[in-house]
Ligand binder design. Structure first.
Ligand code: UD1
Length: 418
């Protein structure tokens, strides 16, 4: 298993270009199952979750024609297998995104339940309830969701008890090939959901309201193959913003969409860090000393849970005490224990973490536990005194394209050992 060895204490300087958004490309890849033909997607990041989704689509009968540069072509005319096996779903929860498309396309689906993951139980009850409302019969058999909709799916009025991103995506995709109108209330408003709605719209479904919490979808009888370019990853961009801040560096982040990062921009400024947005770029100038800030994670446009761990790493070195409340997932503070091994002072109480800023962190052997937690450890290690060795970095490879290459380019001392 690969490890990252980081010698901390270097300011990051220079430019870094952001890759396509992982959480945008995964639902779009699942949406290709709704079509029958050659789908062309560009701006695709070469991260492990993308390769897992491509393998899953292959299992279902799609064929990857090519993946050159950042453009892939996938032919979905042969999709005929409704089963998403445990071996793949258990490595990537977003595999559950094929449930809605398979039911809509084949009238049946057998998708393994993802099970627990490091950041919490993450059930799929809301996906299932929505599909049942649309006429699917669903049973749980030996850890698999067995769904059938022999006469096809029918539009319905669906209310989500909790805002769910993949739940909204799954039902929007199912509704795109359902009979009649589907209304999704308390829907997710993430940029990735708006993008998926636009992609489905160009393929032939009629969708209104994306970006608000009520999305209305008129199903089509067939959808045209998808052609699109994935937009830049806001979480990757946010991680590099914090990398600049935590090392007291000066970094220009290119190929990013500043308005997707409003909450982080505001919070970094509150901490006293200079952030200058351009049209498609952001310049972040760190300061030797910065203030503590409080954050509460929330669905978009609130502060993203996917940047909570990285912000906690930053707060370990702030002046003063910071309160971090995690409202989206029940168990997303595993990085705290690792940060404490580097000298951070963190007190956990349920969904709340109190972080007392310290003058310095020191390098340590560290263990990555999930994707964003790993990113927070890399950030802390960049700022720490001495060497850190981060093991289980396969977590970080799930969602960051060439992270060490990008950091080295800005002056970090980081290398990968097998
Ligand atoms: C997506 C993102 C993930 C991000 C998360 C929250 C993708 C591929 N992943 O994950 O990076 O951290 O949104 O922004 O886009 N819930 C239920 N029942 C359900 C579904 C969800 O109770 O049927 C709960 C979850 O346990 C969680 C909350 O809803 O507490 C939000 O989860 P959700 O938005 O579904 O997260 P994902 O879509 O899995």
């Amino acid at each position: 298993m690969d490890k990252l060895i980081i010698e901390g204490g270097r300011r990051l300087e220079g430019t870094v270009a952001i890759s396509g958004a992982k959480n945008a490309v995964l639902p779009v890849l699942a949406a290709t199952l709704l079509t029958s033909g050659r789908n062309k997607i560009s701006g695709v990041p070469r991260v492990r979750d993308v390769f897992t989704m491509i393998r899953l689509l292959g299992e279902l009968g799609a064929r990857l024609e090519s993946f050159e540069g950042d453009t892939l072509v996938i032919d979905t005319s042969g999709v005929n297998n409704p089963e998403a096996p445990y071996e793949l779903v258990s490595t990537m929860r977003a595999s559950c995104l094929v449930l809605g498309p398979l039911l809509a396309r084949l009238g049946q689906a057998r998708v393994s339940l993802p099970g627990g993951c490091a950041i919490g139980a993450r059930p799929m009850d809301l996906h299932i309830k929505g599909l049942q409302a649309m006429g699917a019969e669903i049973e749980l058999v030996q850890g698999y969701i067995h769904g059938t909709a022999e006469k096809g799916l029918k539009g319905d009025h669906i209310y989500f008890d909790t805002v769910t991103v993949t739940g909204t995506a799954n039902l929007m995709m199912a509704a795109a090939l359902a009979d009649g109108e589907t209304i999704l209330e308390n829907a997710a408003r993430e940029p990735e959901i708006i993008f998926l709605a636009d992609v489905l719209g160009r393929a032939g479904a009629k969708i209104e309201g994306q970006g608000s919490d009520v999305i209305i979808i008129q199903g089509a009888t067939a959808l045209k193959p998808i052609e699109c370019r994935i937009f830049p990853d806001r979480i990757e961009a946010g991680t590099f913003m914090i990398a600049a801040a935590i090392t007291g560096g000066d970094v220009e982040i290119t190929n990013c969409i500043p308005h997707h990062l409003e909450s982080l921009i505001h919070k970094l400024r509150e901490a006293g860090i200079q952030v200058e947005p351009g049209d498609n770029s952001l310049r972040v100038k760190g300061q030797d000393r910065f203030r503590s800030i409080d954050i509460k994670t929330q669905p978009h446009p609130g502060f993203p849970t996917d940047l909570q761990a990285q912000t906690m790493a930053l707060m370990t070195l702030a002046e003063g005490q910071s309160i971090i409340v995690e409202n989206v997932f029940e168990n997303r503070f595993m990085h705290a224990a690792e940060l404490m091994r580097m000298g951070a002072e963190i007190f956990l109480d349920g969904h709340t973490a109190i972080v007392k800023g310290v003058a310095r962190l020191s390098g340590a052997p560290l263990m990555a536990t999930d994707l964003r937690a790993s990113a927070s450890l890399v950030l802390a290690a960049l700022a720490a005194k001495g060497e850190s060795v981060i093991s289980r970095v396969y977590h970080i490879d799930r969602g960051y394209e060439g992270i060490e290459k990008k950091l080295v380019q800005m002056g970090a001392s980081i290398r990968r050992v097998k």
